[in-house]
Design a protein around this ligand. Sequence first.
Ligand SMILES: CC(C)(COP(=O)(O)OP(=O)(O)OC[C@H]1O[C@@H](n2cnc3c(N)ncnc32)[C@H](O)[C@@H]1OP(=O)(O)O)[C@@H](O)C(=O)NCCC(=O)NCCS
Length: 250
Amino acid sequence: MTASTAVSFRVRFYSNSDLEHVRQILKESKLRGVDSPLHQMMRAEFTKPRAFIAYFLSIVGLIFERRCSTLWRRCVGAVLASSGVLSAAFWVLKVRSDFIKFVHDGLADDVSAIPQHYQMFSPEGDENRLLPTGKNAFWVAEAYETDSGKVTDIVGCIGLDATTEPTAELRRMAVASKYRGRGVARLLIQALVQHARLNAIEDVFLRMSAANTNALAVYQRFGWVIIERNSRYKNVDGHKLNLTVSECPL
Ligand SMILES: CC(C)(COP(=O)(O)OP(=O)(O)OC[C@H]1O[C@@H](n2cnc3c(N)ncnc32)[C@H](O)[C@@H]1OP(=O)(O)O)[C@@H](O)C(=O)NCCC(=O)NCCS
């Protein structure tokens, strides 16, 4: 592909050969880059009340350590100062390891068995292709050369899990970082909402990390509203959002 080749995007149902792309996109989207949910959560840790307690301890400790004349007071100061620093570091590292575990557990969960979890089947004679059997479904977005139609990359994914009827859950939305801001999530959400309408699904909820303000803005853009704030979800601070499908502008 030359630098000038125009690229467009389209969404289709997940195929068995997409698995590695989907795993890579999901892993990258959660863990890599300063805008990733992992880094947002680690940054958010620095402004939590427990971080301010740690800063306070460190400052008081430093003042003791510098200003006090007696050795034992200076030692107390040094202990206070280092416990403040250590507790701040502890919480940042704990949030980091909880979140990495959360992502890895997730990849071992529905993503390791997309056809089964999203109840998709292969039409006869085409083992790679998958079609939904009912309300659940999983989609990928692909990039293709606008002129030739040649597919160049798998760039995003999204899943709809309706096993929690009467509402359904949006899961696994992610777009590869180099394709963000080009309307791929809009196409993915559009496919999901159309499928929800066809299957008479009235509400689509989702859970997300509270620190992921970028994704929150995208969901709110398409009609999701926060219905539960700061609920703990698998050890991560999170929000629950709901979309009334009839109110989605797509
Ligand atoms: C969140 C994510 C999927 C968005 O994908 P994207 O392809 O860049 O999004 P789009 O370009 O389709 O933007 C969708 C809409 O949201 C709007 N939008 C995007 N980011 C926004 C922001 N930070 N603030 C306000 N609106 C925003 C866009 O303007 C666009 O609206 P429009 O179609 O009316 O112009 C992508 O950033 C991503 O993969 N992030 C990491 C994974 C993740 O957080 N997934 C969600 C887990 S809950």
